[in-house]
Write a protein that binds this ligand. Structure first.
Ligand SMILES: [Zn+2]
Ligand SMILES: [Zn+2]
Length: 391
């Protein structure tokens, strides 16, 4: 029976803050993480855990085997930064120009190191095993999660949990919500190839502007006429480039857009509809088109049972008032890939206070958060371990 003494984690708070600030000072971009995983792996090795480096490229996986048999649960922290120039004037300001931990992944890694440190001393009380997943490249599709899964990071794992600090949630609260909570984020590009010519002789051309604008308009019919109105989806065209002069019929046009969905079937449906509309416009306007559809991350869907478990753990750990339920958002998260493979839960943990420095949105050059949130993430993870690895 694990009885996790959460005061042990509180006693580690200054270390957790120090680790977070160290990682914050030396941020590394997605798929370019070199020093961050080494820092993490060395800390985990010093705790006597089984550590695998370079999992799926740059990830680090540590396993803590309890002395008695039982299930295995995985806890995940990401550790990559963003291409943003930091504007915070803090002692731990980024020393890597143009790179910043502006999403809180530095904190996720530090909080999980704190949990590993406390649990490493509880081996004799653990019925089962805890797998610590430190993941590279969350911010950039195709993302690190898929690579780590392919490399076996979920082998033997029964359930997987991940947390994210959130500056849109007050400190002390945690978003406990089941179902689709984050959207699938896809991107598409359409190259329209017509045949340019004189503006006064349209019958000798294939007008790429006309074909392109027809495409933009018809793409808006997908959500309004094809998708079930009870479902949520967005099709946005953000780029339309064509033409060079008032009296020249454009030879080609370039279109880019994004698709956001919560439902995997709708997501596939929309891609098919885009391709069908393109075929129709090719047929009626005589241009030819190339469609490039990039699947980003799938929708993140929290299964119901684990939401219930998390809700109980959160109420028990942080108090009944801590548990909130927030509407789904259209951001993406590659934790969705873990939840396609295993049951589990992804949750947002409040990190905002009255201090205006904790109120900037994620991915902002002044993003920062109240570090107490890291203790709350740690306590929730420990509560989940307690719940799953006790008899
Ligand atoms: Zn982010
Ligand atoms: Zn993030």
């Amino acid at each position: 029976m694990v009885v996790v003494d959460k005061t042990k984690l509180e006693a580690l708070f200054s270390d957790i803050v120090q680790w977070r600030r160290y990682l914050h000072t030396y941020p590394e971009l997605s798929f370019q993480e070199v020093h961050t995983p080494v820092f993490i792996a060395e800390k985990l090795e010093s705790l006597g855990l089984e550590v695998k480096r370079n999992v799926g490229g740059r990830g680090v996986v540590a396993t803590l085997r309890g002395e008695k048999p039982g299930p295995t649960i995985a806890l995940r922290a990401d550790f990559d930064a963003l291409p943003i120039e930091e504007e915070n004037e803090v002692s731990y300001q980024s020393q890597n120009p143009g790179v910043m931990h502006a999403c809180g992944h530095d904190g996720h890694a530090a909080a999980l190191l704190g949990v590993a440190t406390v649990l490493a001393e509880k081996k004799q009380d653990i019925n089962g095993a805890v797998v610590f997943l430190f993941q590279h490249a969350e911010e950039k599709p195709p993302g690190g999660a898929q690579e780590m899964i392919k490399d076996g990071c979920l082998d033997g794992v029964d359930a997987v949990f991940g947390a994210h600090v959130a500056t849109d949630i007050p400190l002390g609260q945690v978003n406990v919500t089941s179902g689709p909570i984050m959207a699938a984020v896809d991107a598409f590009t359409i190259h329209v190839q017509g045949k340019g010519g004189h503006g006064a002789r349209p019958h000798n051309t294939k007008d790429a502007v006309m074909a392109g604008t027809q495409l933009v308009t018809e793409l808006q019919q997908i959500v309004s006429r094809r998708v079930d109105p009870m479902d949520t989806a967005v099709v946005t065209v953000g780029v339309f480039q064509a033409g060079t002069a008032f009296n020249v019929i454009a030879d080609s046009a370039h279109i880019e857009g994004t698709v956001r969905t919560f439902n995997e079937t709708t997501r596939e449906q929309i891609e098919e509809e885009i391709r069908a509309i393109v075929k129709g416009v090719e047929h009626s306007t005589h241009v030819s088109c190339d469609v490039d559809y990039l699947n980003g991350y799938p929708p993140l869907v929290n299964p119901e049972y684990e939401t219930k478990v998390l809700g109980e753990v959160a109420a028990g750990t942080l108090g009944e008032d801590a548990v909130i339920s927030a509407p789904a958002a259209l951001g993406g998260e590659d934790f969705a890939f873990y939840l396609q493979e295993r049951p589990g839960q992804f949750f947002h943990v409040g990190a905002r206070t009255e201090d205006e420095n904790t109120q900037f949105p994620h991915h902002h050059p002044r993003f920062n958060f109240d570090e107490e949130a890291l203790l709350n993430i740690g306590k929730l993870f420990m509560g989940l371990v307690e719940r799953y690895l006790s008899k």
